[in-house]
Ligand binder design. Structure first.
Ligand code: BF8
Length: 670
């Protein structure tokens, strides 16, 4: 922040401003049921546990046992040099070092989560390539060949099987690579790669960058906040152009590249008279096997024998996005709805693997009959049943889980209540290849029509709105307010994760939404092509699809020669996880202006915040911003998009479009 006035404004913006818990009617009904049943949920706990103000601003250093040292931002506006010199930790660490360390540790944790997910997928891919993982196969051969070429594999005179095995081995080696450049960074626009090289922030190996960041932030190592923040940028690139991209690519190869698919969303997709299995977490390996297992005739028969009308599989969080995108499996809800699914009393089993699973699920499950089943050796929950997933025997394990759910169906107790009237239709499945195809048609698939419509001003720009729910903001509200403001202003929105689910529930993921919510220019394009104004691109690892879409726009031509030239912006208005910080940081390091809401974790240091919010634009071409008001945040994004349009010399085109609309209105009223 440039001055004290600005800084105190940022600090006060971090406070929660609303007592309304949700804008989702189904969620509210289930919060009411939880209260009636005497069950505590995240919506109750957030009222009683206030965030530690010093931790929230990134001013608590607990990296050694001389502390924890609390070095909060000064209360008064002007601080003398002597006062500032005293505001340090026991070892002398300054507020800049402490806040930068805390920030980049979040980047390291987020990168590790996406990348360890990727490692699991790569291990399964290699087994599948060798024919040693029954049920897993190579579904998208074209994508396999493309990825193999990106990893420098010579394809000549090799069978698909041989290429796949080589690819699996090379990809696994990518995690432990010690030097050189992470292979998929070469997919970025050339100018971006050159900038990364100049700044020496191209990741070497994925694990190496995470380990180095943990080392740098150990007591007494890197104590220059700029150096720490740049190392954070490098680590984040190992996520976006490394771990996350590897997950997306290998999953597409094994399970199929998503294409537009119709489905339904919200807690109403659960069925009172069927066995309900909710699959929650992130890795799509078990979910894919469950999709096959629930169709097993013997298990269907067993369900009938137990008095159920069928077996209903539904998703929660990013696991939901994975099987929605590829199979159209209905989605029960996003992050803040996980406990509420169990509170319906109709969930016979909930499986969890890794990430975003609240420990409270075990207590909530005990109040009903639900079997909570942990499936990853990396993530156990006290009180849950553990049935470990093994890719060597995936289908049988999935069948075992389905059987557990069926056997549990007769054990339902208490009032069963599914908010049946609350489901919404949606279209998901927009991979970046699909956008290419939809816009250009089968024989001339290309981003040209998208670029042309940006250049002619019908589409003002592109926004990636992604990320979590956070119980400290009204559930779904900030996603929806921001996205409606963007599309109203002709900004097409690409969405993933829990944000995509908020959009689905609110009806924004249908082509009809264009006419209702989008500005005239965007609506005309959506109607011509038959797409929604908000495109669901998948789970959080699929934010790598947004990087690829942005790169495709640059390569198509006419919109500059780097991602930072595009009229584009990113946002996570309800973020809560460390993964979101890693994602935001790789967007910024890829040249994108990125706005986060809710709270900002470096407020304790004016200088660290200034580097992230201002200086990064000079060095990286992208920068962070914090704005908890979603409408104001959307307008920051629109202003940025307009500034990029101006720099590209295409601002006049949009003025003409607006003039045309005005003329049309005049004609209509004449
Ligand atoms: O990875 S958006 S709450 S579910 S972290 Fe988690 Fe956030 Fe949801 Fe998926 Ni992403």
């Amino acid at each position: 922040m440039a001055d004290d006035k600005k800084k105190s404004k940022v600090a006060s913006k971090g406070k929660s401003e609303s007592s309304q818990k949700t804008v989702c009617a189904a969620t509210q009904l289930m919060i009411d049921k939880a209260a009636k049943d005497g069950v505590s949920t995240v919506f109750d706990r957030v009222e009683t546990i206030k965030p530690c103000p010093i931790g929230a601003e990134g001013s608590c250093c607990k990296n050694c046992a001389m502390g924890p040292c609390r070095v909060p931002a000064p209360k008064k506006k002007k601080e003398s040099k002597e006062e500032k010199a005293k505001r340090v930790g026991v070892c002398g660490a300054t507020p800049e070092t402490i806040s930068a360390r805390n920030f980049v540790r979040m980047v390291a944790a987020g990168t590790s989560a996406h990348s360890d997910h990727a490692r699991g997928v790569a291990e399964t891919f290699l087994l599948a390539a060798k024919g040693e993982a029954p049920g897993f196969e190579i579904k998208d051969e074209q994508k396999l060949l493309q990825l193999a070429m990106d990893f420098g594999i010579d394809l000549e005179n090799k069978s698909t099987k041989k290429i796949a095995i080589e690819l699996g081995e090379v990809v696994l080696a990518e995690f432990g690579r010690q030097e050189g450049e992470t292979a998929l960074t070469k997919r970025a626009p050339l100018k971006r790669q050159e900038l990364w090289r100049q700044l020496d922030i191209i990741p070497r190996g994925i694990d190496r960058e995470i380990v180095e960041l943990m080392h740098r932030t150990h007591m007494g190592v890197d104590q220059d906040y700029r150096s720490l923040l740049m190392a954070g940028a490098r680590c984040s690139l190992a996520d976006g152009w490394g771990g996350s991209m590897i997950s997306t690519e290998l999953q597409d190869i094994m399970f199929g590249n998503p294409v537009p698919v119709h489905s339904k969303i919200n807690l109403g997709v659960l069925r009172e008279d069927e066995v309900n299995i909710v699959v929650h977490g992130h890795e799509p390996l078990l979910p894919e096997m469950l999709v096959a297992a629930v169709k097993d005739p013997e298990l269907q028969k067993l369900a009938e024998e137990k008095g159920a009308k069928g077996i209903n599989l539904a998703g929660m969080c990013c696991s939901a996005n994975e099987i929605l995108m590829r199979h159209g499996i209905p989605v029960a809800g996003n992050f803040l709805q996980q406990e509420l699914a169990i509170i319906t009393g109709a969930v016979d089993a909930m499986t969890v693997d890794v990430q975003c699973q609240m420990q409270s699920l075990a207590q909530v499950a005990q109040c009903y009959h639900t079997k909570l089943i942990t499936t990853s050796p990396k993530a156990k929950i006290t009180g849950a049943v553990h049935i470990e997933f093994d890719e060597n025997d995936g289908l049988n394990i999935a069948k075992k889980i389905v059987k557990e759910a069926i056997e549990n169906f007769p054990n339902r107790k208490g009032e069963i209540f599914v908010p049946k009237e609350h489901t919404t239709d949606m279209i998901a499945g927009f991979s970046h290849e699909t956008i290419n195809y939809l816009l250009g048609g089968i024989f001339r698939s290309s981003y040209r029509p998208l670029n042309d419509n940006v250049i002619n001003g019908r589409i003002r720009g592109v926004a990636g709105v992604v990320g979590c729910n956070n119980a400290r903001t009204t559930h779904d509200d900030h996603h929806l307010k921001m996205i409606k403001e963007l599309i109203k202003n002709d900004v097409i929105v690409l969405t993933t994760g829990c944000s995509a689910m908020a959009c689905g529930k609110a009806g924004l993921l249908t082509p009809e939404a264009a006419r209702i919510y989008a500005g005239e220019g965007l609506a005309s394009v959506c109607e011509t092509v038959g797409i929604p104004p908000v495109l669901h691109m998948g789970a959080c690892v699929d934010n790598s699809r947004i990087l690829m879409a942005a790169t495709a726009m640059v390569k198509e031509g006419g919109l500059g020669d780097d991602i930072s030239d595009l009229p584009a912006a990113g946002a996570a208005p309800e973020w809560m996880s460390e993964k979101a910080i890693a994602i935001g940081q790789y967007f910024v390091a890829s040249g994108v202006f990125t706005v986060f809401g809710t709270t900002w974790p470096t407020i304790g240091s004016e200088e660290t915040t200034r580097v992230l919010f201002e200086e990064f634009e000079e060095t990286l071409g992208g920068k962070w911003a914090f704005e908890p008001d979603p409408i104001k945040a959307a307008n920051l994004m629109i202003a940025h998009i307009d500034s990029k349009r101006k720099a590209l010399g295409i601002d006049k085109a949009r003025e003409r479009v607006l003039y045309d609309m005005e003329m049309r209105r005049e004609l209509e009223s004449a």
